[in-house]
Design a protein around this ligand. Structure first.
Ligand code: BGC
Length: 766
């Protein structure tokens, strides 16, 4: 039975819980009321609300009012302002800074009938002002502790700036490097994505204190499977792929207590995600028991009309509400039509109550009812943002995110004394690009460039030549800088400088704003004339260390063949140059592993290690027959596979053993392997365990990551690493349309990448 408070108590509770009386007046009772369970407090608020006010909670507006000036007088902004005062705005996005947040919260709390606080959201994707590596780069660390720490830093700065909700983490499993948003996620593997989703949710939300924000797990679901990697394009995936590949990270994030979800722009089985009841009501809210709320993606409700799924915005609002999309981001569909739809009997009031309850609950969880200004403390804002410990934190993450792709002739680490080093490439001297996409509160020019990082080492002589610009796409807000640069006038200077150098460090790749939302690419090579620059320099000096800065896997077959050392330096955030310099000089021994396969050619994309076998599988070697799954002009395999990454140490795997040859229900099996650091430097290796389920009720991938461990191994030392395999590891979404373990034969593989050499069979009987 629903709990209803007596009227008198209820009014008192509301006044107290809304924080509209002074602190002095209510101290004693306040504490008491806070102890009531949140659902009872939510009920007490809901019972007071009109239909329009409930619908208002379901409405989110983009920041619309310049708080330093007078209230808007006309147009859209004035309307939104009026709505705010009526209590018809549950949330706002893209407002930041204590001053602005406080001014708007004050209107919500003091000028509306029920004084319900607004929740303020923002895309704090990889840092607020102190920027961490892009999420794809962080995933390359495989280090859950530092990923959680990175999210904590982002949350602390954002919360200090008045925000209480971030639209992160993005947990879309990404197989197609053409899609610009691969930079925002954790790559191609569902297990790694799941582990990272949990770390990020924990990092953002913590104990929901004043330095935490609510997480928003996105984009639910299937968005990264946009056909041909073109953002916002049609998605057409099987239920099998949906459940086995796409959904696991979302489930993990929901289980970890994520307070909110965001749906997505794409359709699934012909139904746009925002209007998709199977996703939002059946899977998320019913099967997984998710108690938080779902926000639409920006305008995605209105886009259901363009998809051809609804005839107008009103019908879109009807379908979205019925499908369980609780909050409308900037389509205005709910605020304009939802109350009427309820009156017409097209949407039940129960559904509105459910959505409003979910939204109010999150506000209670965040403590906004107890103190709507919890996040509005100017002193805290000043003291928190850009703190030294945050700078140190993001430097640590950045170092650990770097992947050494190739290192021949021991070109790396660089010698610290007596070397003539020439640094080439526009990106080497760029203090903005390393911030990457989605770093809205960070100012341009605030990253440490590679040149600055290298210049801190004084023992060598460093010269710099730009060589060529990087082609740059549209900036985040649509204005354009350099596009398709073809200017080679800097080549001569770069080539001359390279001639006399002992080592040439070339920093090439993509500008930070060539990646991210809406930045799909049909080519994955080095943009502009950078490839030509690389080859021109190589002609005069082959001692090249190529440092890549990019937000997605690139096709670099020529470099992989010719350049002796290649370092994947991503977009590493504020401390980028320091991190790269420390790795190049060996002050940090690289330990990152690729979270996404690097293709040889664009034609291989989507390319991922955990593919199915096919009826005519094969390796890279041509055979006499053409009738097998291959290309006539390219190998099947990746240039650099998932999980690949070298170190200045040399790790050797041997002695892969199992504790038995089979296990049964509720049992398990132990896997052990010896990893030797056969070098003179201490190092860290990500030891990876994969399984192959040989036959099943639905076909299974040739390999699936199931466990990993970061092992610190001293020079010359051998460590035995052990893992346990139980039913959980072999469960999948079967032909029975549920997650279960099926009896059968398996192989376990352990190694330093997805291309492992050691394997042992076992079986499972249930
Ligand atoms: C993106 C979301 C983002 C939202 C708000 C949309 O275009 O797809 O990921 O959170 O905008 O900025």
């Amino acid at each position: 039975m629903k709990y209803t408070l007596p009227k008198y108590l209820f009014a008192a509770l509301l006044a107290l819980s809304l924080g509209c009386s002074t602190a002095k007046q209510n101290t004693a009772a306040f504490t008491k009321e806070r102890q009531l369970p949140i659902d009872r407090r939510v009920d007490s608020v809901l019972a007071l609300m009109t239909l329009e006010e409930k619908v208002g909670q379901m409405n989110q507006y983009n920041g619309f009012w310049d708080v330093t000036g007078p209230a808007p007088q006309g147009g859209d902004a004035a309307l939104k302002y009026e709505h705010l005062k009526k209590g018809w705005v549950g949330s706002m996005l893209n407002v930041k800074g204590v001053k602005d947040v406080r001014a708007l919260q004050k209107i919500a709390v003091e000028e509306t009938r029920l004084h319900i606080p607004v929740i303020f959201g923002f895309d704090v994707i990889h840092g607020y002002k102190t920027i961490s590596p892009i999420p794809l780069a962080e995933a390359a660390s495989w280090d859950m502790e530092i990923i959680e720490r990175s999210a904590q830093i982002a949350a602390a700065e954002a919360a200090a700036s008045g925000l209480n909700w971030t639209f992160a983490p993005m947990v879309d499993v990404s197989r197609d490097a053409r899609w610009g948003r691969v930079m925002e996620g954790a790559g191609e593997d569902p297990y790694l994505n799941s582990r990272i989703a949990v770390a990020r949710v924990k990092g953002f939300q913590g104990n929901l204190g004043e330095f935490n924000v609510a997480a928003c797990v996105k984009h639910f679901a299937g968005y990264s499977f946009a056909e041909a990697g073109r953002d916002y394009n049609t998605v057409d995936i099987s239920n099998n792929t949906l459940h086995n590949i796409v959904l696991p990270p979302f489930k993990a994030a929901s289980d970890a207590g994520a307070l909110t979800f965001m749906n997505s722009f794409n359709e699934l089985e012909g139904i746009p995600a925002t209007g998709n009841a199977y996703l939002q009501r059946d899977i998320l809210k019913r099967d997984w028991g998710f108690k938080g709320f779902v926000v639409s993606d920006w305008g995605s409700m209105g886009e259901m009309v363009t998809h051809g799924y609804t005839k107008d915005l009103k019908e879109a609002a009807e379908k979205a509400a019925n499908a369980g999309s609780d909050m409308d981001m900037e389509s205005h569909g709910y605020v304009e039509h939802l109350a009427a739809l309820v009156r017409e009997g097209k949407v039940s009031e129960d559904k509105i109550n459910d959505a409003a309850r979910r939204i109010l609950s999150v506000k209670f969880e965040l403590g906004l009812f107890d103190d709507p200004y919890k996040y509005c403390n100017e002193a805290r804002e000043q003291q928190t943002i850009g703190k030294k410990e945050f700078q140190d934190g993001v430097l640590d993450v950045a170092k650990k995110s770097i992947v050494l792709l190739k290192n021949e002739r021991s070109l790396l680490p660089l010698k610290k004394q007596g070397q003539k080093i020439t640094v080439i490439g526009a990106l080497a001297n760029d203090k903005t690009s390393p911030l990457g996409s989605w770093r809205i509160a960070a100012e341009d020019g605030t990253a440490v460039s590679v040149l600055e990082g290298l210049n801190q080492y004084k023992g060598n002589t460093i010269t710099y030549a730009k060589g060529a610009d990087v082609a740059v796409g549209k900036t985040l807000f649509g204005s354009e800088t350099k596009i398709n640069t073809t200017d080679k006038s800097g080549f001569a200077e770069a080539v001359a400088a390279a001639k006399n150098a002992d080592v040439v460090v070339m920093v090439l790749g993509e500008h930070g704003l060539q990646t991210g939302e809406g930045r799909s690419r049909a080519k994955l090579d080095l943009p502009g004339v950078q490839q030509e620059l690389l080859e021109a320099v190589y002609k005069v000096n082959q001692n090249i260390v190529l440092v890549l800065q990019n937000g997605r896997p690139l096709t670099i077959p020529w470099a992989a063949e010719n350049v002796p050392a290649i370092v994947e330096g991503w977009h590493l955030g504020t401390q980028s140059g320091n991190a790269i310099a420390q790795v190049l000089y060996g002050d940090y021994n690289p330990s990152g592993k690729l979270p996404m396969s690097f293709p040889r050619s664009i034609g291989q994309v989507p390319l991922y290690y955990n593919h199915k076998s096919t009826g005519r599988p094969g390796g890279d070697t041509p055979t006499e027959s053409v009738f097998w799954s291959h290309y006539g002009d390219e190998a099947n395999s990746a240039l650099y596979p998932f999980g690949h990454g070298l170190s200045y140490s040399k790790f050797e795997y041997s002695n892969l053993k199992l504790s038995g040859s089979s296990f049964g229900k509720n049992g398990n099996i132990t896997v052990s392997v010896d990893v030797k650091n056969n070098s003179t430097v201490d190092g860290k290796e990500v030891v990876q365990l994969y399984l192959h389920d040989l036959f099943a009720s639905v076909t299974r991938p040739v390999k699936e990551l199931k466990a990993f461990e970061l092992a610190e191994i001293k020079a010359g030392q051998t460590k035995t690493i052990t893992f346990t395999i139980n039913e959980k590891a072999i469960e999948f979404y079967t032909a029975n349309n549920k997650w279960e373990a099926e009896a059968g034969d398996f192989k376990v593989f352990v190694g330093g990448s997805s291309v492992t050499k050691l394997e042992v069979p076992f079986s499972y009987t249930n």
